[in-house]
Design a protein around this ligand. Sequence first.
Ligand code: ADP
Ligand code: MG
Length: 678
Amino acid sequence: MRKELSVFSFKDLLELYPYRHIDKTKVDKIGRLSNDLEYTQVAGKLTDMEVIGQKAGRRLVAHLKDDTGTIELVWFQGISWVQKILQPGHEYLVFGKLGFFMGKPQIAHPELENYSPKNADGKEHLEPIYPSTEKLKSKGITGRMIGKFTGELIKKLSSKDLPENLPESITQQYKLINRFDAFKHIHFPSSELHYQHALRRLKFEEFFFAQLTIQLVKIDRQRFSKGLIFKKVGELFNDFYEHQLPFPLTGAQKKVLKEIRRDTGSGHQMNRLLQGDVGSGKTIIALLSMLIAADNDFQSVLMAPTEVLAQQHFNNIKELVKELPVTVDLLTGSTSAKKRKQVLKNCEDGSLHILIGTHAVIEDKVIFKNLGFAVVDEQHKFGVAQRSRLWKKNTTPPHVLVMTATPIPRTLALTAYGDLDYSVIDELPPGRQPITTVHRNETARPQVMDFIREQLVLGRQAYVIYPLIEESSKVDYENLMKGFEEVKSFFPEPKYWISMVHGKQTAEVKETNMQRFVSGDTQIMVGTTVIEVGVNVPNASVMLIESAEKFGLSQLHQLRGRVGRGTDKSFCILLTGQKLSRDARERLKIMINTNDGFKIAEKDLEIRGPGEIEGTKQSGALNFKLASIIHDRTMLEAARAAVEKIITEDPDLAMAENGPIKSYLQQQKGKTVWSKIA
Ligand code: ADP
Ligand code: MG
């Protein structure tokens, strides 16, 4: 029982919640069972019981009869145990998943208990049904037995054992029943309404304490972790801002820059999550922040998820700062040994101001003289463990800015990454035209290619992307190569030139191909999702995605974000086969209907559920027993508001009214995972 259901204590048992309740007085008539019932509860006499079959087919078959018909009960496991406890001739109440075999009703591995018409009456409560596993069932621990243990336990407990942990102001404001009653009624409600009240109360509690704990950790860190102080905004920043900045910042960019400036001057270490839709202009924020660091004699590092992107940032930033006395260099997995040695030396002696690279930059061998600012680009899935590797790169930890690859809804971001401060760029640079997205069938390929040709004639460039499900998949590469040849047949050299980038190329080949596309030497970029994030070629105006049904929503949105980065009208064409699943259709529809990354993230969440949202798995902050961040969003917001109010008014939880929270947290101490994650 311990391992199977992770029940190790009374508290765990109490928190092993029933997944449904049944009304014992409601018994189905066997003769009237129909296909559309998923579960059934029947009562009757066990007429016979017999082991039949051999080896894997060996099973125990019994029959239960009421005044309307007979149902077959069958066990494949735990046979000897069932044989021991069941007695033909006795009456049983049977519950389980209803199936039909050759038109006859059947329940495999049913739950049973002794039945006498008497015990059907007089019961006040609905009976809870608990999760059990086949293994437990075979040992005789059925869902119903768990109910018995829990029932015994609750009888012994009083409200002193489960004291209120929320202040009265909150329980009143949100009309929550008290904690003890909630536990009682979630297991043994006397009516559906009681159950709903209990559920509401406990869900709120889950949301409330998850967010409170993470907020307290944050407060603690802000109070006790010393941060490097960037005293001034100096010449480098000012010179760049006034003379080199290629465009005026948007209001949203300025706002974020101010937030970063405030943090870095405050004496606290900054850990900030910067959310912004694709193309909203996050990179320049990173660069401006790094210049402030350099103004204060600190080094900076910028880490990107792919080599292609790291290389692009390097080229880009080097070009942007070429008039400034700032040194920039690149370190990735494919940097030559000689070059690496030199980069490491420059990091260590402090002569390098800005290091750009892939994960290679957080390796232990990379030692900085005085690292002050670290940017993690396009990757909110960068967990606390990795962040702490960056922290350790200086005796006082550097400020950390994490820039997201895909935006997620605000409440979710605040829950999943609540230990980070939060900034958002909610405005695109001026002059952007919305990207037009269409869905076309493969049979329309010639017309699609004609359309691309028209764009190329206008001087624009195009991407053609093929799915790469697995980095090692041979089939995917064959498709890519076939696709490349096909594109070539539509766009023959020397009239057109095509670049190709994929994961199996060396960094050097990738870079050459990328550069030819960036400089306009090639008009078409054929590739896999290696160019998914970050790549910035403003002159590209068409994104053609082959087998678009194979991509997830956030990937499609990221890919689409490669176009529409300049002022030209851009297009995204989703090419698919004839046969599409319902989910795939839904995804395509969403892509066609909106360009807004935050809205797409919402939809993605609805379709796939929170577990699939990148990065939230590691965060663990979204694993609730009862509450659901999708279906209980309003409550999540409410709990969040309540937490915020308390934290602002009483960060130490010193006020008498917050006493219940404080004692609960103390009692929980050591049991929570948050203390470890922080
Ligand atoms: P992302 O947020 O996706 O990382 P980038 O930082 O790559 O976006 O910026 C996208 C494009 O927009 C780049 O070409 C960049 O130069 C341009 N850009 C960024 N900020 C502005 C601005 N304020 N005005 C005009 N163009 C901008
Ligand atoms: Mg970017």
